[in-house]
Every structure is written in structure tokens, then in C-alpha cells.
Unconditional design. Structure first.
Lengths: 345, 259
């Protein structure tokens, strides 16, 4: 053999499992740390007592952990997981490392759907998430139909189209919020910048299985995504049913983004930052990238939301403000540092 | 010999006028087939019909005597491999990763490449003299190295026929010869068929067993280089005055432009 690395395939199920497990452990650690942080103090001893079930049921720490912080952390984890996964899949399908559900206008399309749902009096448990999904699908359809007609998917036209769609959907949302004298809608302003503070367990029961199912199916398309990043014609020649793979992945990502936005509002740039860092650390193979970037996204958003809770405590920030503070400079850095290598149309 | 790929009265049009019309062609095992013709004569369209990328609106394409339209995409990819003219890798993959992608049609949905696939990829890298590149990023390679790696990926597909679209158009003299030598040795040693679309009449006439000359989407002439490459046919197809004699080293037709 020429050298040692050729004795074993570069990526094995064992390696994917081990690295995913490490990322999952980091996620749990960050989640526990987040449980302990916040305006009201919860000591580590109290947490250990809670975890072992020996905490006095009337202890306020129990209420804080169980009713306030835990559902919020779980929602942050699910949202970060989905947004990062959405970024990975969009970047692969569009062969554009700057694609992100927020930048492409898919998140604001979902928010537009959710607002329509609120105005039409849909329920928060099922109706609004579903119409939010429809809004995401509409945005994906528009950005592909308008952004790729002549220029091909790699071109920056698609990002510009997304930015414009984003502006348009946001304007429509603001229009409805302004003309409807409904006090509930005014609270939605906060939600527009990403808000996880209203999380309850009940909606998570719907969200969690949907996200797990969609993620598993997306993972099963990982090899197809690898090939699609090298060009659709080449993927087709190597035996990928490109149209089927694209349609399935776009619908599933729309589902993820639609559901998450209906619960957490507009949180930008998670799908940009996390996949990029994951690619730098673990390479471009989607069989590894999908699990590690998704788990990394969950960890990232839990950490960002913890910052949102504690930075100006006892008051708090919308988490979207934190991710935009980090994400916008990151986007500009990527554009400047790597723009020339991506500018091929 | 049973042909691997056949076109039967195949025609394709992108809009109104036919890019390829009424083409009959058999690709035989172990042959190196050159496709020549001026710009717009339908060379690339013909290659895409052979690959199944385009489906003919007239006639049919047969893969081992079975109609292309009845086959699953993955089954076509086990028989036909393609090295496209342009390859751009947006994200960084190692050379070994790229060659292992050639195993895609042979793997199940959730199956990872195993030891056998690795062995096939390593052999493909060895056959294309690029084993020492295996750990490099595809982004770091020169044009000639990248072309060899893409050829290795096509070999890892274990196809019956490899289609090459202008494989040497961006390469200098040394790498052009290297690629053609490599392709010739693959047909000789592995019994692979190779179909090459090229503008390089000289190289094609030196290396190919058989040449198809296209003109306006139809076959103008088919035969050995000696039969196809002569001044009259080249002038009529390319609309350019040429002088043809024999290469003193190989005895194959040699083309010179008339001043």
C-alpha cells in the first residue's frame, strides 16, 4: 500500500457515530450549563438534587428549571438543529456556501405564513405551523424560480433574490402588524427578531417527531448531496435521480424551517455560521456534516440564547439579535476572504 | 461483437432545429472511438444522448440492447461513465473522496464505501498514475492532475464505456499525450470502450480505432482514421483547406493547415 490512510475508507459509520456522539455530549453539557444560568440563581447542588429527584417539590429552583428554562432550552436546541441543517442542505443544493434559510428569505416566508395564520385565527398548535410550512415552500419556490432562471444556481443572483424576498416578506408582515389593531400582534414584533421565551412543552410534542423524521430522511440523502455539490449533471451521470433528490430535500428543509420559525421567530445566520465551521473542522462529506452541523447548531443556539438571557439581565434580548451580531460580520468575512473562489457563475 | 451502447436513428432538438438527427452508431467493446466535427455539429449532444443525459425525441438509445428509457439511472451509471468538460468542486474534497464517489451506483442507500470499494478506488488511482495525489484536496490540483483524477473516478464506476468530452482542451502538449496514452492503455488492458469528443483531429487520428465525423448533426463518415481523415472530407466538414499526409512515425494520417 502506498500509505497508511489507504488501508481504511476515509469515512466509516463508526467515525460518523463517534464524532456525532462527541457533539451530542457537548450539546448536553452546554444545555446543563444553560439551565444553571439566568437571572434567578440555580446552584449546581440544586441541579444535581433535581436531576436525582431528591429536590424538594416546592423548591422554586424546580419551577425555574422545569417550567421556564428547560422548555426554552429544548426549543433553542431544536431550532438551532433545524436551522443549521437547513443551511447545510441549501448550501449543497445551491452549491453556494453563503446560502442560509434566513438570507434566502425562507425564514421570512415562513414568518409571513405564520402571521397569515394568526390573522386567519388558526391554532398555534397545528394550523400556524402548517401555514408557516406553506410560507417556507412559497419562498423556496420563488427564490428558485426567480433567482435561477438564466444564471444557474451557483450565481450570486440567487442570494440577491433571497435578500429582496426577505425585504418584501418583512414589509408585508410589518404592514399587517401595523394595520391590525390587535394587541397580540404587537407582541409579535419581538418574535420577528427571534424569541424563544414563550416556549411550552405542548408544541414541542408536535415539533420533535417532525424534526427527527425530516432529519433522518435528509441524512439518507447525504451521498446524493455530496454528488450534487460537484454539479447536477455530474451527479446525474453518477446515478443520482437529481430531480427527486432536490425536490425531497427542499420540501423537508421547508418543513423544518416552517415549523421552527412558527415557534421561534426569525433567527438568522445559524445556518451560515455553523455549517461553515463544521466544514472547516470535519470536511465536506454530508454523511458526517449533517449530524455534526445539526448538533453543533443546537449547541450554538442554546449558547446564543443563554447570552440573550443573561447579557442585560434581568431584562433580555431577542436571540436573533445575538445571532445577527455574530452572523453579519461572519458573512462579510466569508464574502471578502473567500468571495473570489466562490464568484464563478 | 455485441455493442455496449447503440444509437438507432437517434435525433434530438433543443428547440426547432435538430442538433442531432438520424444517427446510427454502435460502441463496441474495447474500442477507442473518436467523434470529430466542427463547432455546432452535434458532438456534445451526441455524447449526452449516449450518456442518457438527454433522451432522444426520435429513435432510441440502447444500453446492452435495452432501451435507455427503461433503465434506472443507477443501472445506466454502472455501464456508462462520463468525464465532463468542466468540473468545478465548490467544496473541498480529497482526491480519494472524489474517486470513491465513483462507487455511488454500486452502493445501497445508507451503505458506506467498504474495503472492496477502497481497493477499487486505489486501483483506479494507480491506473491513472495519481495514487500519490490521494490525500490532496481536489482544489490544489493542476489541470492535468485533475483530469487524471476524474478519469480515476470514472474507472472506479467500473463501467463498460467511458465518455470523454474534450478531455484535453485545457492541457498542454505533455499532458495531452499523457491522457491519450492512458486512455489507450485502458482500452487495451481492461477492454474498456472509450468515446472521445475532441477538436484535436491529430490526436484522435493517432489514437482512435474508429472515427465518426459529424456534420450538421448527422454522421458524415464513419471508419478507421485512414478512411475518414482525408483532405476532401475534412475540407467539406470543417470548411477549411488542409493538407493530409502520413505521420512518418506512425503511418497515421497527419493534418497540416494550408497557408
Amino acid at each position: 500500500m502506498f500509505n497508511d490512510s489507504l488501508h481504511k475508507p476515509p469515512l466509516t459509520p463508526g467515525r460518523v457515530f463517534r464524532l456525532s456522539l462527541i457533539m451530542a455530549l457537548v450539546l448536553v453539557l452546554v444545555g446543563v450549563a444553560s439551565l444553571l444560568m439566568g437571572t434567578a440563581e440555580v446552584s449546581f447542588q440544586k441541579f444535581m438534587a433535581f436531576a436525582s429527584g431528591s429536590l424538594d417539590p416546592d423548591d422554586p429552583a424546580k419551577l425555574i428549571i422545569l417550567r421556564i428554562r428547560l422548555p426554552r432550552i429544548i426549543l433553542a436546541g431544536l431550532a438551532g438543529f433545524s436551522l443549521a441543517l437547513g443551511g447545510v442542505v441549501f448550501q449543497a443544493l445551491l452549491r453556494n456556501p453563503l446560502a442560509d434559510p434566513f438570507i434566502l428569505g425562507v425564514s421570512s416566508g415562513s414568518a409571513f405564513g405564520a402571521i397569515m395564520g394568526i390573522l386567519l385565527g388558526f391554532t398555534f398548535s397545528v394550523g400556524i405551523p402548517l401555514i408557516s410550512f406553506a410560507g417556507a415552500l412559497l419562498a423556496v419556490y420563488l427564490v428558485l424560480a426567480l433567482g435561477t432562471r438564466r444564471m444557474g444556481m451557483e450565481s450570486s443572483t440567487i442570494l440577491l433574490t433571497g435578500v429582496i424576498l426577505n425585504a418584501f416578506f418583512t414589509a408585508v408582515i410589518m404592514f399587517f402588524i401595523s394595520i391590525v389593531a390587535d394587541s397580540r400582534l404587537h407582541t409579535m414584533l419581538f418574535w420577528l427578531y427571534g424569541d424563544l421565551s414563550q416556549s411550552r412543552y405542548a408544541p414541542l410534542v408536535l415539533l420533535t417527531p417532525a424534526l427527527i423524521a425530516a432529519s433522518l430522511i435528509l441524512f439518507s440523502f447525504a451521498k446524493e448531496l455530496n454528488l450534487i455539490t460537484t454539479g447536477e449533471e455530474i451527479a446525474f451521470q453518477l446515478g443520482v435521480d437529481v430531480e427527486k433528490a432536490k425536490k425531497t430535500c427542499l420540501v423537508l428543509v421547508s418543513l423544518l424551517i416552517g415549523l421552527v420559525v412558527s415557534f421561534s421567530g426569525l433567527i438568522g445566520f445559524v445556518g451560515l455560521i455553523v455549517p461553515h465551521l463544521a466544514r472547516m473542522a470535519f470536511g465536506s462529506d454530508h454523511r458526517l456534516l449533517i449530524p455534526v452541523a445539526s448538533l453543533g447548531g443546537a449547541t450554538f443556539l442554546i449558547a446564543a440564547d443563554t447570552l440573550a438571557r443573561v447579557l442585560i439581565s434581568p431584562s433580555e434580548l431577542p436571540v436573533g439579535v445575538i445571532t445577527a451580531f455574530l452572523g453579519a460580520p461572519f458573512f462579510l468575512y466569508l464574502l471578502r476572504a473567500k468571495g473570489s473562489q466562490w464568484s464563478r457563475s | 461483437m455485441e455493442p455496449i451502447l447503440s444509437l438507432r436513428k437517434a435525433g434530438f432538438r433543443y428547440s426547432v432545429s435538430w442538433a442531432v438527427k438520424g444517427v446510427d452508431l454502435d460502441v463496441l467493446p474495447g474500442e477507442m472511438l473518436g467523434i470529430l466535427g466542427p463547432n455546432g455539429s452535434g458532438k456534445t449532444t451526441l455524447l449526452k444522448l449516449l450518456d442518457g443525459m438527454l433522451l432522444p425525441q426520435e429513435g432510441e438509445v440502447l444500453v446492452h440492447r435495452k432501451s435507455m428509457v427503461t433503465l434506472k439511472r443507477g443501472d445506466v451509471a454502472k455501464v456508462v461513465a462520463m468525464v465532463a468538460q468542466e468540473n468545478f468542486f465548490r467544496f473541498a474534497f480529497s482526491v480519494l473522496d472524489v474517486v470513491l464517489m465513483g462507487r455511488f451506483p454500486h452502493l445501497g442507500r445508507l451503505q458506506f464505501e467498504g474495503d472492496k470499494d477502497l481497493e477499487i478506488a486505489v486501483n483506479a488511482l494507480r491506473a491513472t498514475h495519481s495514487l500519490e495525489l490521494s490525500e490532496r484536496s481536489i482544489h490544489e490540483l493542476s489541470g492535468g492532475e485533475k483530469q487524471r483524477v476524474l478519469l480515476a473516478r470514472a474507472l472506479a464506476q467500473e463501467p463498460g464505456v467511458i465518455l470523454l468530452d474534450e478531455p484535453t482542451s485545457f492541457l498542454d502538449l505533455k499532458y495531452k499525450k499523457e491522457i491519450f496514452d492512458l486512455i489507450a492503455s485502458l482500452t487495451k488492458e481492461k477492454g474498456l470502450s472509450v468515446v472521445i469528443v475532441s477538436h484535436d483531429i491529430e490526436l484522435v487520428s493517432q489514437y482512435c480505432h474508429r472515427i465518426v465525423m459529424l456534420k450538421n448533426g448527422s454522421v458524415h463518415m464513419t471508419g478507421t482514421p485512414d478512411q475518414v481523415i482525408d483532405a476532401a472530407s475534412l475540407e467539406s466538414v470543417y470548411d477549411c483547406a488542409v493538407f493530409v499526409d502520413k505521420n512518418p512515425l506512425t503511418g497515421k494520417p497527419r493534418i497540416s493547415l494550408k497557408p
